[in-house]
Design a protein around this ligand. Structure first.
Ligand code: SF4
Ligand code: SF4
Length: 326
């Protein structure tokens, strides 16, 4: 019997071999871009390592043990590796597919993976996580589909949906149609919406964290485009905001679920790296456009190292309701 037949990926195994082909012959060229590996210092969490592990599961060289499945979840899905890769390998989408197949064949990787979804108010923005993105990311596509269909039915007849989290917006835009839950409303990010009412410009050097999460993680074909957000901020400020040193690559703060609850130490290190990056750039106020990212970064920014200036983290229009799921 060939080893491939023993793979828990079953009939999907050849597809995973093909998807990991480029990585198998690559000397780890996107290591520098991965915010998880650079923050934790563990090359075992680099995109190359996760793709190699996926390949070994596909060939039958590795069993899908709990440790292997935990390792395959050590990815926020930020897409920085895909942006850095000469071949544009869709690492995050491949890993999500791997988690989904293993969930289907072996059951959940760990109990209690997805945080509870908060109930919506009829007036406020749609709360973080309402799209079920964490369930999709954990590989539980059945639960995700149920959440998506219920949400689409709830939102039927609405012409405009305002989201706290960019991840939910992109999920509704890109993934809902794939599970028969398309919504016809225009999709708006709450923080960007708030800027249209021209709130006061904070004093000091204003910097900008591009909304890295989900820009390219949901489907291999999603474009990486944060230009319109930067343009909105520029209009608000009257000048271009200061940017972090890494531009798109490596700006993921680790707030994405279920990554944050499963890897709290690394998620904090990732946020600390971004906060230090902002301080190094002389930024006084870091504008963040997704609520969970703002809350996660603020937790870290509150601790000011001796001799360093304080850094404010601002979510336009939403500061009072920023709250992380616990
Ligand atoms: S994603 Fe691209 S750069 Fe990264 S390991 Fe694979 S082939 Fe190499
Ligand atoms: S998607 Fe982001 S977190 Fe995941 S492997 Fe690529 S760079 Fe690392």
């Amino acid at each position: 019997m060939s080893r491939r037949l023993d793979s828990p990926f079953g009939k999907d195994a050849p597809g995973f071999l093909e998807a990991t082909d480029a990585c198998a012959f690559c000397p780890n060229l996107c290591l520098h871009a991965c915010p998880v590996a650079t923050a934790s210092g563990r090359t075992s969490e680099a995109p190359w390592a996760l793709m190699t592990l996926t390949r070994w599961v596909a060939t039958g060289d590795s069993a899908a043990t709990p440790d292997v499945r935990r390792a395959l979840g050590a990815c926020t899905g930020c897409g920085a590796c895909t942006a850095a890769c000469l071949h544009h390998v869709p690492v995050a989408a491949t890993l999500q597919h791997a988690r989904a197949v293993l969930h289907r064949t072996l059951g959940p990787a760990a109990p209690g993976q997805a945080p509870t979804i908060k109930s919506e108010s009829s007036t406020g923005p749609i709360p973080t996580g309402a799209s079920g993105i964490a369930r999709w990311h954990s590989g539980d596509t059945t639960a995700f589909t149920a959440v998506a269909k219920a949400a689409a039915s709830r939102w039927q007849g609405r012409s405009r949906l305002v989201f706290e989290d960019h991840a939910d917006l992109v999920c509704v835009r890109d993934l809902f149609p794939t599970v028969g839950a398309a919504v016809g409303a225009s999709l708006v990010l709450s923080a960007v919406d708030a800027l249209s009412s021209s709130p006061p410009i904070p004093a000091g050097v204003v910097g900008y964290l591009p909304p890295c999460t989900t820009m390219s993680r949901l489907t291999p074909t999603s474009p990486v485009d944060h230009g319109s957000y930067a343009a909105t901020l520029e209009t608000w400020l009257g000048h271009a905001p200061a940017t972090l040193r890494w531009d798109i690559a490596g700006t993921c703060c680790g707030a994405a679920e279920p990554f944050r609850t499963q890897n709290p130490e690394t998620a904090r290190l990732m946020a600390e790296r971004i906060v230090q990056n902002a301080r190094d750039r002389g930024i006084d106020v870091l504008v963040v456009l997704s609520a969970p990212c703002a809350a996660h970064l603020r937790d870290v920014a509150l601790a000011v190292p001796a001799g360093q200036r304080p850094l404010s983290v601002v979510l336009p229009g939403g500061d009072s309701r920023v709250e992380l799921p616990r």
